[in-house]
Ligand binder design. Structure first.
Ligand code: GDP
Length: 140
């Protein structure tokens, strides 16, 4: 199986709760290595670009407001089958529907404030990583 890279965000509600370490531990215990990591605020402009596919959805304004409301952790995760593996570790979008033990089941508050983002395809991973990281910031 090929080594893939995927993009993850630890969202503002999870950073606020102090569970960065717990989430990263869950990635590492499942064979995902950190290739790049930054903590900080994201701008409204970058956030709107990142979530462009949701621009027409009724929750878009709320989503951008939440994602820019406090610091986030931006991550590049690498490993075998990393894109799907990360989606499994995260759990379903709505924390109430996420399998027990997944990050969203443990740390998500509601469908919007669901603790983590993870790319859903190779194309999304490449697009999203390029928004937040320069090539030289990603280690192999
Ligand atoms: P994901 O791939 O599991 O993150 O889910 P989607 O691509 O469908 O949605 C992107 C993000 O939009 C989700 O992670 C949520 O933070 C947010 N979102 C999705 N549905 C809703 C909703 O009904 N209300 C709000 N406020 N946010 C939502």
């Amino acid at each position: 199986m090929a080594i893939e890279k995927t993009f993850s965000i630890i969202k503002p509600n999870a950073v606020k709760k102090g569970v960065i370490g717990d989430i990263i531990k869950q990635f590492e215990e499942n064979g995902l290595k950190i290739s790049a990591m930054k903590l900080g605020l994201i701008s409204k402009e970058k956030c709107e670009l990142f979530y462009a596919e949701h621009r027409e959805r009724p929750f878009f304004g709320e989503l951008v407001q939440f994602m820019t409301s406090g610091p986030v952790v931006l991550l590049c995760l690498a490993g075998e089958n990393a894109i799907l593996k990360n989606r499994d570790i995260m759990g379903a979008t709505d924390p109430k529907k996420a399998n027990a033990g997944t990050i969203r089941a443990k740390h998500g508050d509601n469908v919007g404030e669901n603790a983590v983002h993870g790319s859903d395809s190779a194309a999304s991973a490449a697009r999203e990583l390029a928004i937040f990281f320069d090539k030289h910031e990603i280690c192999n």
